[in-house]
Design a protein around this ligand. Structure first.
Ligand SMILES: [Zn+2]
Length: 425
């Protein structure tokens, strides 16, 4: 059975060309089936579902390049026990207290809430970096199942760290190894300043053994560089390069705010990718991303702040006006680069039959020549009307299709209250 998006306008995600057409969308396996066909007039076969998309726009759905499921129940939570004055305190008194409190049900609720939020903002795939130090074993499988339940593709990792105990670091390595036996994923590390040499070495060995990449926060705050120089006599990127982190094209270096010229050169000459998260950087007051010398393997994420990739692209553009060399095409390229990261590395879960239908009420002329102006100043997640992942409905008329959303939200709210109670004690 196919979905037919009738009488619409298709925007090619690479060339930005506009095509007036009807689109036949089929589920299937890449390389074996024609996923989408463009037609002027269409034959409808029995069982096909026809959706009138006159006046709507259809384009490739979005990908979140760096996210944190674990932060999904944080919205509205009680204030931390002390007021924080720097980034390390934000981690210590907010995020590390929260991640330690997560149990099985809270992880499931966090993943369901994240998947729903991503779908409603037009994304069909998420690259996530997860931490739940008191529920490590099986945590990635819980997240994978929750994402599958909503219809969202995923590339997951567990955030391995020495910040709690050597046993906890081992648990993270084991969880990663077990998960990678039968899932695609990455080897997650928290950040240089919470990962000792022994754990770093073990993570690299696991990366090589599984032909994977490392997903790690890099120089998000100056404290990461200071700690690295004090403890290892070198800067963060130099340490990661010497260990072998940058040898994989699957490696994702998140943030990269406080780098010197040599570190930028090292990244430029490696196959690794950078993930920029402007809203999170603004919120944490850690500095501003500057792409100088980094090349063009830069993608965008949300860092758990929200799940809205259009917003991430717009923030990168606006904040970047003062601190980065970024124009409309660059902002759009970074927005779409997570697709290139996934395609170039052969990951599953992204295909031509991932589509978003936008109901964009443009008040001015809108065409392929001025698309980028509308992308930066006009489009937002409220325009996401339908979402199709691998040829199947995820969102129709803004309604989640595979689960009863109200029931899921009742569950996530219940779990948020349990979590906040734990944080008060
Ligand atoms: Zn992050």
């Amino acid at each position: 059975m196919a979905i037919i998006l009738k009488n619409t306008c298709y925007i090619d995600w690479k060339t930005l060309s506009f095509t007036e057409c009807s689109i036949k969308v089929c589920p299937g396996t890449p390389g074996k089936t024609v996923f989408i066909g463009f037609h002027e007039a269409l034959t409808v076969d029995p069982g096909d579902e026809v959706i009138d998309c006159a006046g709507k726009l259809v384009t490739k759905s979005f990908v979140v390049g760096h996210h944190h499921v674990y932060s999904a129940l944080a919205r509205g939570m009680p204030a931390p026990p002390v007021s924080t004055s720097n980034f390390t305190e934000v981690l210590q008194y907010i995020w590390w207290r929260l991640d330690q409190a997560l149990d099985k049900e809270m992880i499931e609720a966090s993943a369901l809430a994240t998947a729903i939020a991503c779908a409603k903002a037009g994304s069909t795939f998420v690259i996530d970096h997860h931490a739940s130090p008191n529920f490590v074993e099986g945590s990635l499988e819980i997240i994978a199942k929750a994402f599958d339940k909503i219809g969202i593709g995923h590339l997951l990792c567990y955030e391995i760290t020495d910040r709690y105990s050597p046993k906890n670091a081992m648990d993270g390595l084991l969880e990663t190894e077990n998960y990678l036996l039968d899932h695609q994923g990455l080897v997650g590390l928290h950040a240089s300043f919470t990962v000792g040499n022994d754990t770093l070495q073990k993570a690299i060995e696991l990366m090589q053994k599984t032909n994977s990449g490392i997903h790690i926060h890099v120089a998000e705050d100056k404290a990461d560089q200071a700690h690295c120089f004090e403890n290892h006599g070198k800067r963060v990127i130099e340490r990661l390069k010497d260990a072998g982190v940058l040898e994989s094209s699957k490696t994702i270096l998140v943030h990269c705010l406080h780098l010197d010229d040599n570190e930028r050169d090292i990244i430029l000459n490696s196959p690794a990718w950078v993930a920029q998260n402007m809203d999170s950087n603004l919120n944490n007051q850690v500095g501003y991303f500057n792409s100088a010398g980094l090349g063009d393997r830069i993608m965008l994420g949300t860092d758990g702040m929200h799940s809205d990739m259009i917003k991430s692209a717009q923030s990168s553009f606006f904040a970047g006006q003062g601190f980065d060399k970024i124009d409309y095409p660059t902002a759009y390229k970074r927005f779409r680069n997570a697709h290139n990261y996934l395609y170039n590395n052969g990951f599953k879960g992204v295909a031509d039959n991932d589509l978003v239908v936008l109901d964009y009420d443009a008040p001015t002329e809108f065409n392929q020549n001025n698309f980028l102006g509308h992308f930066i100043f006009g489009l937002d997640s409220r325009h996401v009307l339908h979402l199709i992942s691998n040829g199947a409905w995820v969102l129709k008329n803004r309604q989640i299709q595979k689960v009863n959303e109200q029931e899921v939200l009742e569950f996530t709210r219940e779990q948020s209250l349990r979590l906040w109670d734990k944080l008060r004690t």
